[in-house]
Design a protein around this ligand. Structure first.
Ligand code: ZN
Length: 435
């Protein structure tokens, strides 16, 4: 579903602008699994929300993995005989295979070819490639660029370092009324890619800013981490905090023109899965996917040893849009109004979690006489049951300590807001208590 910006009200338009501007600010930085691009990204996010930054030394074992050496890059190019940069990292950081070891030598085009990556089917686009765990070097360029290279010698330079350092991640914890936690997690390891990376960062940042501005029932933890090794590093050193996570969302690919989608947690029918499905169902074209061991950090949160109730909120899922992992996933691909819609859906899911409680009917022997509590229309006889009374009767009947408000909403077909406000009225009159 695509809204045009003119359909949005002024607050939404301002929100869309903020989300887009954050992504635009971060877009040029050369992020990777580790290194200064990640630090600069986190320090910018830290100007919007308070972040605590962790540095995990290279070589640290995290479950079956080891934190890799830190990668930094200053410059890279391929120069022709005339001294012109025919491939230039300064023009686009996707031009360098991420985690390339340093190189500085003269090579023929034939010697160079095994180190060049292109997309022949999309001849204008530069692919995004990485070699995190095998020491390698290479350049990514458009097929058109490659076709223009003549035979001859080229000066090849990658001014990078790959040596012991740290893996960097950021987190913010927003204390709530209870210590049970809701996790929001996004990856921060992609260089100049907009939808696959910056959209998730922008939505997570402004969701956190919103949560910081109000009182919350749950404690919220927002993680900004490099994919896979970052979530593993966090899980390895935060196992007791992980045990406190009651609901979670991985945020990724949230700014394209596609409709919202939700990938269920491994448990499949936890509250987060039902809450996300409930919020998404209002959007035509939305998609729900069962869990699979592919994708982003839900793979780690939902590994069997943790099996956390963490799903993934996206628009078009990764790998299912042609621009994925190419230079075409740029700021032109990102839609401010879609970012706003994604943030709203994320907050709506969180708001639903906040209000979704399980109650116990305090007068379960027959129906309580609602008029005694000012809760019943005393003029009988009408065939229409007012929505509020409808909600009251469903709540009283199903509040046996087993069904939460979301269950009651699904069984009754009534809107969640009506069920939640009727529950609040019954609670105030002492007819419902927390189970
Ligand atoms: Zn990716």
């Amino acid at each position: 579903m695509t809204n045009s910006l003119s359909d949005l009200n002024r607050d939404d338009r301002r929100q869309g602008k903020q989300l887009f501007e954050l992504a635009a600010k971060l877009y040029p930085l050369c992020r990777s699994l580790t290194g200064n691009g990640v630090r600069e990204t986190l320090s910018h996010i830290n100007t919007i929300i308070p972040l605590s930054i962790s540095e995990v030394p290279s070589g640290t074992p995290v479950f079956d993995w080891t934190v890799p050496d830190e990668w930094n890059i200053r410059d890279a190019y391929i120069k022709n005989d005339a001294g012109d940069r025919v491939v230039d990292f300064q023009q686009c950081n996707l031009h360098v295979l991420s985690y390339s070891i340093p190189v500085n030598r003269v090579m023929s085009l034939e010697q160079l070819r095994p180190h060049l990556f292109t997309l022949p089917d999309k001849p204008d686009w530069i692919p995004y490639r990485t070699s995190y765990y095998n020491r390698h070097w290479g350049f990514c360029l458009s097929q058109n660029q490659l076709d223009q290279l003549s035979d001859g010698d080229y000066q090849v330079c990658i001014d990078s370092s790959l040596e012991p350092g740290n893996l960097t991640y950021g987190e913010t914890v927003i204390p709530g009324e209870v210590s049970e936690e809701v996790l929001l997690s996004c990856h921060i390891c992609h260089p100049s890619l907009a939808n696959d990376n910056l959209s998730g960062i922008a939505v997570a940042t402004y969701a956190a800013k919103h949560l910081l501005s109000r009182a919350n029932y749950y404690t919220y933890r927002i993680l900004f981490i490099p994919a896979t090794i970052g979530s593993l590093a966090w899980l390895a050193s935060n196992q007791s905090a992980a045990a406190n996570i009651r609901h979670g969302l991985v945020l990724a690919c949230l700014g394209d023109t596609g409709s919202l989608s939700y990938k269920r947690s491994r448990q499949g029918d936890n509250i987060i899965d039902r809450a996300a499905a409930h919020i998404l169902q209002r959007q035509p074209g939305h998609q729900l996917f069962d869990f699979s061991p592919f994708g982003y950090d839900e793979r780690q949160y939902c590994s069997p040893g943790f099996n956390l109730p963490v799903g993934r909120l996206s628009r078009t899922p990764h790998g299912m849009f042609p621009e994925y992992h190419t230079s075409a996933d740029n700021m032109d691909f990102l839609q401010p109004e879609q970012l706003t819609d994604s943030l709203r859906a994320c907050l709506d899911i969180l708001n639903l979690l906040e209000k979704n409680r399980t109650y116990l009917n305090q007068k379960p022997m027959g129906e309580p006489k609602l008029s005694k509590y000012g809760l019943y229309d005393t003029i009988g006889g009408s065939a229409d049951i007012p929505a509020m009374q409808n909600a009251l009767l469903w709540l009283l009947n199903l509040s046996d300590g087993e069904n939460d408000l979301l269950d009651i909403c699904d069984q009754s077909g009534l809107p969640f807001e009506d069920i939640a406000s009727a529950a609040a009225a019954l609670h105030q009159q002492g007819l419902l208590e927390y189970a």
